[in-house]
Design a protein around this ligand. Structure first.
Ligand SMILES: [Zn+2]
Length: 421
């Protein structure tokens, strides 16, 4: 028989402690849609990994295929990647596609570019496991909250003025330098770096005392019915309840608070500080584990590397929303195409009126996830029909098209990850 080039996958679930519990989690709800899985009510379902990463290589759900996992299959049939992708990424699937369900904040972090990743890996392989960069894109499935990039300087200066505990960690000199830098972008970046580095380098006893003071003050003001927004009080107390005594609680005065509505995205390029706070999203990233942390974590914080690498370009929260584009040739398709070759995410929204839909071929292997709807899929390279429903994940080899015969009355929503070189 000819080789099967389109097949369903059973994907790895990661039960990290920060995930939403039981059926509150979109990850759990999706997996239940595709598989008989007994969801445990109190258990966190944090991430669904759709890819060939060695820590969560997807299982192939087609008993005509002898390989067990996607990684093994790609190693055997690297042509499935598409010739350009195969050459550019040494026969590896260049991306890891995920669904995340975030209940408590993930660490504030940034990811190195390729040069820095290679240097860090050579110096500290225990903290930086590979030589690759790790650009990431998050697309909201539910209202999604995060921190991303440095705030406009005016906002940081306002917090320095109104939050004395924050001012104490930054210090008079650095704060004054930031104030005087306004209007000169190069000087502002330098001053911002100095302010952030001062804060991150504070001794633990100092910042824990200031944080306790701040939390006490904001709690009392809140109890007295006062508006605490000038101290970003609501977010402060929320993060502090999750990470008491953590330096990351102060980062809310430096970083933009970004809220994505469903379908909106943020792209996290190299050196962009960010944290996910709450919500469900689709995520796609280059295959790497290189993360430099800045707080809201019990893991290792490499303050020197972090403060050196960050992108100190202040910009408003609204500028952090990544612009997706409508495909001019297909009104069902929205493309999220970040400025990196490793991945592109495509949203396919089939309206209720369309019953026959063709998923176009691309010159890249892709992974397709069904978020909503049912269909029978005919693909010549599948050698038999495949049933698609909420939670179904398909691997599609390069240059294969799929014909969907939609059976759900309200249409379908799918997300597809691929590499459009
Ligand atoms: Zn990240």
């Amino acid at each position: 028989m000819e080789e099967v080039r389109v097949f369903p996958l059973t994907c790895a679930v990661q039960n990290y402690a920060w995930g939403k519990a039981g059926l509150d989690s979109e990850v759990a709800r999706l997996v239940v849609g595709g598989e008989p899985l007994a969801v445990i009510e109190e258990k966190p379902y944090a991430e669904l990994w759709m890819g060939a990463h060695p820590k969560g290589d997807a299982q192939i759900k087609d008993n005509r295929i002898t390989q067990t996992t996607l990684g093994q299959w790609i190693a055997h049939y690297p042509a499935c990647l598409g010739s350009k992708v195969k050459d550019a990424f040494q026969g590896q699937l260049p991306f890891l596609f995920k669904v995340l369900s975030v209940n408590t904040a993930l660490s504030i972090q940034a990811h190195p570019n390729k040069d820095l990743a290679a240097r860090l890996h050579a110096q500290f392989p225990e903290h930086y496991p590979d030589t690759n960069h790790k650009p990431e894109m998050a697309i909201a499935l539910t209202r999604f909250q995060g921190l991303c990039g440095f705030r406009p300087v005016e906002e940081i200066l306002a917090f320095l003025q109104r939050v004395p505990e924050f001012h104490a960690l930054v210090g008079n000199e650095a704060a004054e330098e930031l104030r005087r830098s306004v209007g000169d972008d190069a000087r502002t970046s330098q001053a911002l770096k100095k302010c952030f580095t001062r804060m991150m380098s504070c001794e633990k006893k100092v910042f824990v005392d200031e944080l306790n003071e701040l939390v006490k003050r904001v709690t009392e003001e809140g109890a007295a019915g006062k508006d605490t927004s000038s101290s970003n009080g609501e977010l402060l107390l929320r993060l502090h309840s999750q990470y008491p005594g953590d330096i990351g609680c102060f980062s809310i005065y430096f970083l933009n608070y970004v809220v994505l509505e469903p379908g909106q995205a943020m792209f996290l390029g190299a050196n962009e500080p960010h944290a996910y706070i709450y919500g469900d999203c689709i995520e796609c990233m280059a295959c790497s584990d290189n993360t430099v942390r800045a707080g809201l974590t019990r893991k290792y914080i490499d303050v020197n590397t972090l403060c050196e690498m960050l992108n100190y370009s202040p910009a408003p929260a609204s500028s952090k929303i990544f612009a997706c584009v409508q495909d001019p040739s297909d009104p069902c398709v929205t493309v999220y195409d970040p400025p990196v070759p490793d991945f592109t995410v495509i949203k396919i929204q089939v309206p209720a009126s369309v019953k026959e839909y063709t998923v176009a071929p691309v010159d890249s292997a892709s992974i397709l996830l069904v978020i909503e709807g049912d269909a029978m899929v005919t693909a010549p390279a599948a050698h038999s029909d495949i049933t698609m429903r909420r939670g179904t994940v398909l691997f599609v080899s390069a240059n294969e098209s799929l014909s969907l015969h939609v059976s759900s009355p309200s249409g379908m929503v799918l997300f597809r990850a691929c590499s459009l070189l």
